[in-house]
Ligand binder design. Structure first.
Ligand code: CP
Ligand code: NVA
Length: 306
């Protein structure tokens, strides 16, 4: 809807038409970038990035991406801003959004991100919360499309923790019409009420069965940021949820492997798989740059682009 302030707080915020637009713009923007053609539709625009958790990829891809689009970037963290001294998130949102054109936030609770967005005058992007990581799944699906074509009708196997990545994959499956096989260890299951996701979601107690006939096998760390106190218990519980060569063999012959990174070789994935021929993790990481440029372009300019 023209003129309505849009945010990207979770994957389901965009319908399939908007997602198709972002993927197509990502392709065009990536192609220009690879041919060293400057493309600066966001000249004079400013992105504020707020990090309450650590990051390598998200910071570099948003920061490089905004500069490449002609804009500039401000990076703040909890420790070096008044957020760390308990300034309310609502006040922070009111102030920052009077000074910049778009905001990206990485924080803990999704509710905090939503409170920020509710008091923001400019678009807000989720750069990861405990609940969701929608920019990563944009990059993952764009990577799948590049390597294997449309994802509709395909099968994605999620092996491991029911974390922010898993919940975002589920939203994507519902939006884009693919099947999600999920296998999590006992005690670490997805919210049972999600059984209503119906045809798009199937649970497997055996991770090998989840991987069977999958077009894409993907996993993530056993312990996400913010849950470090559970590290030891998780290492025991997740021991059989490692993606190894045998699991990749259960998948389709041309299946690809993805991991949002950072990875722990020898825990959730073997070196043989992540460094092997089916792994597309470096394209996946690079594509954060391209999809987020398309995302920022869409949120700031809507479809007024060249
Ligand atoms: N995948 C991802 O978001 O990586 P960072 O934590 O390094 O940003
Ligand atoms: N699930 C991980 C993803 C890191 C990019 C975490 O939240 O720490």
């Amino acid at each position: 809807m023209a003129g309505r302030l849009r945010h990207f707080l979770q994957f389901a915020d965009f319908d399939h038409i908007e997602l198709a637009w972002v993927f197509e713009r990502s392709r065009i923007i990536k192609d220009r970038f690879k041919r060293y053609q400057p493309y600066q539709p966001l000249a004079d625009r400013t992105l504020a990035m707020v990090f309450e958790k650590a990051s390598t990829r998200t910071r570099v891809s948003f920061e490089a991406g905004m500069y490449q689009l002609g804009g500039s970037v401000i990076h703040i963290t909890t420790g070096d801003s008044q957020l760390g001294r308990a300034e309310p998130i609502e006040d922070t949102a009111r102030v920052i959004s009077r000074m910049v054109d778009i905001v990206m936030i990485r924080t803990y609770e999704q509710a905090k991100l939503e409170r920020f967005a509710a008091h923001s005058r400019v678009p807000v992007i989720n750069g990861l919360t405990n609940e969701y990581h929608p920019c990563q799944i944009l990059a993952d699906i764009f990577t799948f499309i590049e390597h294997r074509g449309p994802i509709a009708g395909r099968t994605v196997a999620w092996i491991g923790d029911a974390n922010n990545m898993a919940y975002t994959w589920l939203q994507a499956a519902q939006r884009l019409g693919f099947r999600l096989h999920v296998s999590t260890p006992p005690g670490y299951a997805l919210d049972a009420s999600l059984a209503q996701a119906g045809e798009h979601l199937q649970f497997f107690s055996d991770p090998m069965e989840a991987a069977r006939s999958a077009d894409l096998v993907t996993t993530d760390v056993w312990t996400s940021m913010g849950y470090e106190a559970e590290n030891e218990a998780r290492a025991k519980a997740f021991a059989d949820w490692q993606v190894d060569a045998e699991m990749m063999q259960a998948a389709k012959r041309d299946a690809v492997f993805m991991h949002c990174l950072p990875a722990h070789r020898g825990e959730e994935v073997t070196s043989q798989v992540i460094d092997g021929s089916q792994s597309v993790v470096w394209d996946e990481a690079e594509n954060r740059l391209h999809v987020q440029k398309a995302l920022m372009e869409y949120l700031v300019l809507e479809k007024n682009v060249g």
